[in-house]
Every structure is written in C-alpha cells, then in structure tokens.
Design a binder for this molecule. Structure first.
Ligand SMILES: Nc1ncnc2c1ncn2[C@@H]1O[C@H](COP(=O)(O)OP(=O)(O)OP(=O)(O)O)[C@@H](O)[C@H]1O
Ligand SMILES: [Mg+2]
Length: 226
C-alpha cells in the first residue's frame, strides 16, 4: 500500500505546489514510484493548466494528469462548487485517491489553501489526511513576518487532529522582510514541546526550478525513508 504524504500550508500561495513537485522529484531520484495528486483545485478556466498538471509533470505519471476536481471560481472548493452547482463527494474523491495510489510507493497529496480551508462544508485537508491515514504531513509556510503565529496555529490544529507534521518548510517570499531567515530558529524554540517537528523545520530559499527545490527537500523525513 502506498504511503501518503499530505502537503498543506498556513495559507494559499505559499509554496505547496513547489514543495510537492520538489519532494516528488527527490523521491523519484531516490528510486521510488511516486504519484502526486491534487484532489481539489479552483480558479481554473476551461482547460487552463494548474497544480494538478504541474504535479503530473514532476513524476511523469500516466494518471492523474490534472486535479481530480477542477472548479472555475478562485474561491475555496466548497464555495466554488456551490456556485457551479457541483455536489462534491469527498468519500468518492478519497476512494479515487486510493485507487490512483495503488501500486506506488508514495502518493503525494496537495491540499487547497490552508489547513482548515473548506473542501466541502464538512471536510478539509485535515479530515482528508486522517481518512487517508497519512504517514507524513508537510506544512508549508512563507518565511515572512506573520508566519510565527500562522505556523504555530496550524501545527496546533494538526496536532489536535493526531497529525503532528513531520516537517515544516519555510519558503522564501519574493519580497523578503527583516524576519526572513529568522523564523526557522524562532519556530524551533517555540515548537520545542512538539518533539520531532522542531527538528525538521527547513528553509527553502528562492529557487528557479523543481530540481533545485528537490535538492533542499531531499533532507525532509518523507524523503529519508522514514
Ligand atoms: N522558495 C521559492 N522560490 C521560488 N518561487 C517560489 C518559492 N516559494 C513559492 N514560490 C512561487 O510562489 C508562487 C506560489 O507558490 P505555489 O504555487 O507553490 O503555492 P501554493 O501554496 O501551491 O498555492 P495554491 O494555494 O494556489 O495551491 C509560485 O509561483 C511559486 O513558484
Ligand atoms: Mg498549489
């Protein structure tokens, strides 16, 4: 059975796809059979290329080639679906993920938005990760001012759900501020009570390719065979 690595974040647009594709490439380079899945994606008009396509390109997988559920409005999936008159069935999507993951060593699952963004009115990436029995949750956050509270809040939420993150990736923003480069050390101190999380906080500098990200992310627990 595939092990599931769920990639979530403090917010939208902080680097989940970059971390997912980088991690996928690191695992493929290590000889693993990897599938990377975006269950829900919004803000896609027509055949517009999205995260699902980027994930598929990173692994070279035959399927899925795009997000399992694609919605038009750039809103949280629950609301985007409602506006399109689409009824989302999370149980069916979960079953589809399991089917797609069969035969792979690792299935990377990228969330939409942040930890508690509503996928439906009763589901979020936390409940999906639990339903999948995720082995690893990777929390992505921006390495900028404000991240200390956002990251700590997300960690508490995941810990409460029994999903202590295996790693936190602080991704460098396009416009750094004075806190950029200091947040990892502060979080190591703040999260000392959460055991291994504090030891697996890494900084992802600005990169220009997935391959470059892969070299940094190869140090993470999901890539270390744990
Ligand atoms: N460390 C970094 N180096 C270079 N670019 C980065 C880095 N982190 C994030 N980005 C860029 O920032 C943008 C947003 O990142 P990304 O798409 O990975 O976020 P996301 O969390 O997946 O967003 P969404 O919520 O839409 O899925 C992308 O263009 C991405 O390449
Ligand atoms: Mg993304």
């Amino acid at each position: 059975m595939a092990r599931y690595v769920v990639v979530t974040a403090t917010d939208t647009g902080v680097g989940k796809t970059l971390v997912s594709t980088g991690l996928a490439r690191a695992l493929v380079a290590a000889g693993e059979r990897v599938v990377a899945i975006k269950p829900f994606e919004t803000g896609l008009v027509g055949d517009e290329r999205g995260d699902g396509e980027a994930l598929a390109a990173a692994t070279g997988q035959v399927e899925p080639r795009r997000a399992l559920v694609r919605l038009r409005d750039p809103l949280t999936p629950a609301l985007a679906a409602e506006r399109e008159g689409v009824v989302l069935d999370v149980a069916a999507v979960t079953a589809r993920i399991r089917g797609l993951a069969a035969g792979f060593d690792t299935a990377i699952v990228e969330g939409a938005g942040g930890v508690l963004s509503p996928l439906t009115w009763t589901a979020d990436i936390v409940s999906l990760a639990r339903d999948l029995g995720a082995k690893h949750v990777v929390l992505v956050a921006a390495d900028k001012l404000g991240t200390l509270s956002l990251t700590h809040t997300a960690v508490k939420c995941l810990v409460d759900a029994g999903l202590t993150p295996s790693a936190i990736v602080l991704s460098a923003p396009s416009s750094p501020d004075l806190s950029t480069g200091t947040n990892a050390a502060v979080l190591r101190r703040r999260l000392a009570g959460h055991g291994a999380v504090a030891e697996n906080i890494i900084e992802l500098p600005r990169v220009t390719s997935d391959e470059e990200a892969a070299r940094v992310l190869a140090k993470l627990p999901p890539a270390g065979g744990q």
